[in-house]
Design a protein around this ligand. Structure first.
Ligand SMILES: Nc1nc2c(ncn2[C@@H]2O[C@H](COP(=O)(O)OP(=O)(O)OP(=O)(O)O)[C@@H](O)[C@H]2O)c(=O)[nH]1
Ligand SMILES: [Mg+2]
Length: 262
């Protein structure tokens, strides 16, 4: 393995980009990642997009040894695509994976800062809601949804994370090994909250880095009321479960201090 394919202090890094109908975006985002972070490898995890994203991804992979494609049978949700990408990375000996949307909301130009932070962390969360971050062109209802969702997640789960719903992250494979990924049940965006929670409970080092987040310019959002409802009820269920566990531990005198009450 050439050292040029390693990120100093982190190792071999795979950027997983899940796609569903991102034909207008995928080539642009891949080009930006290649320029911003030439050492990383890219895996496009496409759920058999009807708009031909998979064929464009194949053409990109044919022309660049740093790009590969994981074709999946059909739309199974963001979480399932990421889990498949994580497994792919682990099987091939990568030391870290990056989660990044295809629509340009997650600026590849921020990736070097995230990878830099990963030198001293197990999980790096690109945050929209920490000092120095910027959110561009988002309508008020999306701002409110994100702020409200994060506030609720923080209160319900007691996590010291400003952007538990954000999907621009670096995970060391060793951190994923410390998390029981088999137990993950989220399909949509609650996947990000679920992984934040599991990482926090596993006691791995989580660091947040401010990012510049921009509204997608091309293509359609896959955000839906169903995804919001899934996130709300799952966060509530986890919060209730964590409190029950904390109470039981307290009763038996074995509280670990892992679960923090808001
Ligand atoms: N493989 C796969 N990718 C998906 C699926 N659902 C969404 N994605 C991808 O996940 C990323 C995030 O989805 P978006 O539609 O941008 O969701 P969002 O960022 O919450 O919504 P917008 O801000 O409106 O863009 C994009 O790269 C999508 O193409 C899915 O079921 N399978
Ligand atoms: Mg998006």
């Amino acid at each position: 393995m050439r050292r040029a394919d390693e990120v100093p202090g982190v190792g071999r890094v795979l950027v997983v980009i899940p796609t569903y109908n991102e034909a207008d975006n995928i080539a642009v985002i891949v080009g930006r990642v290649r320029r911003a972070a030439p050492a990383v490898q890219i895996l496009i995890a496409d759920d058999n997009s009807p708009d031909g994203t998979g064929a464009i991804a194949d053409a990109l992979a044919d022309g660049d040894a740093h790009v590969q494609v994981l074709h999946r049978q059909g739309k199974q949700g963001l979480g399932a695509a990421y889990l498949a990408g994580f497994g792919w990375a682990r099987e091939r000996g990568y030391q870290a994976v990056v989660e990044m949307d295809a629509d340009g909301s997650h600026a590849p130009e921020d990736l070097p800062a995230l990878l830099d932070a990963a030198r001293d962390a197990d999980v790096v969360i690109g945050s929209r809601w920490t000092r120095g971050a910027r959110v561009l062109n988002w309508p008020l209802r999306r701002l409110l949804l994100s702020r409200g969702g994060n506030l609720y997640a923080r209160l319900a789960l007691g996590m010291p994370v400003s952007d538990a719903t954000g999907g621009y992250r670096v995970y060391r494979i060793s951190a994923l090994d410390a998390i029981d990924l088999e137990s993950v049940t989220s399909q949509g965006y609650s996947f990000q909250v679920e992984l934040s929670r599991l990482a926090h409970r596993a006691g791995v080092r989580i660091v947040e880095v401010p990012i510049t987040f921009a509204e997608r310019e091309r293509g359609d959002s896959k955000m839906s009321p169903k995804i919001v409802v899934e996130a709300l009820w799952r966060i509530t269920a986890w919060g209730v479960r964590d409190r029950r566990q904390a109470v039981r531990r307290g009763l038996h005198g074995t509280a670990t201090g892992q679960v923090r009450w808001p």
